[in-house]
Design a protein around this ligand. Structure first.
Ligand SMILES: Cc1cc2nc3c(=O)[nH]c(=O)nc-3n(C[C@H](O)[C@H](O)[C@H](O)COP(=O)(O)OP(=O)(O)OC[C@H]3O[C@@H](n4cnc5c(N)ncnc54)[C@H](O)[C@@H]3O)c2cc1C
Length: 347
């Protein structure tokens, strides 16, 4: 069961302290349970490479305290497990080397997580808040009859978590009284785990009997030379103001000059100026690059939900009162059709 302790309004939430009683209650509970706390992290991987969001999930698990175990599944699992065992924060790696777990079918992964959770008695199971995590964790929650805690951005203690609500317009702090906590983690809120000098132990687990009723047919991934939007260090995003697919080329030109990924507002996507895989925001990708350049984007709350955690935000808008300027580190007031070619030339 989850109880909401309080919620704060305002885009950048004010710091709120727990009352003294509440704090000591949490701290003592935290302290009492510390010895038995143990986490299990589901490792997403593709082409033998650990998914970036999973690296952040490991950091979140480490922050909880206690032993952190990782489970790697699929026909490539053994190779990936070796890489996982060298990650800071991982104490033990479990491997289910079985092709039935390829392509992350939730019908297969959930029973596996359930079996390993029961075997090692983990108090917390974590996955990234990706499309895979969002499919796997609810099934596990139903099996264990607990309520999942979604999209956490902060950990106050082993039972209390922060998560954004209302498209990131408010942060709520929730306490779970369930004995097992099932958590999905927002990757932009935690730094990715890095390699350590040593390697943790790896152990095989038996695959449970799983019934996969759906069949994997194929995957079509749009490929380009630009850095992937989700992991690019610099992102240049265009909004409705670019006016056309031709106008959107100005965004791509600057991005290419900076070696950046390309993003877009939903208005630009809906108008057909670019592919919908580029959409940043509540219903698009949630990113936090080192530098985000928003061009001709007003700063609607649904767009900000996808980029507000960027380290440095630069905005170009002809309206000096555009809401995006309120969260920008650098604001350029002017016409994008004049500014962009100049910037691209000088970059
Ligand atoms: C449920 C829901 C989910 C949504 N999810 C998303 C989402 O994931 N991502 C998202 O982006 N939106 C999302 N939206 C839409 C969102 O509310 C806004 O409509 C959208 O973000 C607006 O896009 P925009 O800023 O490009 O366009 P506008 O709001 O029209 O802003 C265009 C801006 O360009 C400026 N401009 C105009 N001409 C120029 C020029 N020549 N030079 C410089 N500046 C200029 C204008 O001053 C203005 O600020 C969602 C909405 C809903 C209801």
């Amino acid at each position: 069961m989850i109880s909401r302790l309080f919620k704060s309004s305002g885009f950048i939430s004010p710091r709120i302290s727990l009352s003294k009683n509440l704090t000591s209650r949490f701290l003592s509970r935290n302290f009492e349970n510390r010895a038995s706390l143990s986490s299990l992290v589901f490792i997403e991987h593709k082409d033998k490479k650990i998914d970036n969001a999973t690296l952040s999930t490991i950091t979140a698990a480490k922050q909880l305290g206690g032993e952190v175990s990782a489970i790697v599944a699929g026909s490539d699992a053994s190779e990936v497990a070796t890489a996982v065992s060298k990650l800071n924060g991982v104490d033990k790696v479990y491997v289910a080397n079985n092709a039935v777990f390829d392509n992350n079918h939730a019908e297969a992964i959930s029973p596996l997580l359930l079996a390993v959770q029961k075997q090692i008695n983990s108090t917390h199971v974590l996955a990234s808040h990706s499309s895979v995590g969002k499919r796997v964790i609810p099934r596990l929650a139903a099996k264990l009859d607990v309520q999942q805690i979604s999209d956490i951005t902060g950990i106050q203690n082993e039972s209390t978590f922060t998560r954004p609500i209302y498209a990131g317009n408010a942060n709520e702090t929730v306490e779970s009284t369930d004995s097992i906590k099932l958590i999905t983690v927002r990757n932009t809120a935690f730094t990715p785990a890095e390699n350590k000098d040593s390697a943790s132990s790896i152990e095989d687990v038996n695959s449970p009997d799983v019934q996969v009723k759906s069949k994997w047919i194929k995957e079509e991934v749009s490929k380009g030379d630009r850095p992937d939007l989700s992991s690019a260090k610099i992102v240049v995003s265009g909004g409705r103001a670019v006016k056309s697919a031709e106008g959107f080329k100005l965004i791509q030109d600057l991005a290419d000059k900076l070696g950046a990924g390309v993003g877009a507002s939903r208005a630009a996507v809906d108008a057909g100026y670019c592919d919908n895989s580029l959409q940043v925001g509540q219903t698009g990708k949630i990113i936090a690059p080192e530098l985000y350049i928003a061009v001709g984007i007003s700063g609607a709350i649904q767009h900000l939900a996808g980029m507000k955690d960027s380290k440095v935000i630069v905005s170009i808008n002809k309206d000096p009162d555009a809401p995006i300027f309120q969260i920008s580190d650098y604001s350029l007031v002017g016409d994008l059709f004049q500014i962009l070619p100049e910037l691209t030339q000088k970059a």
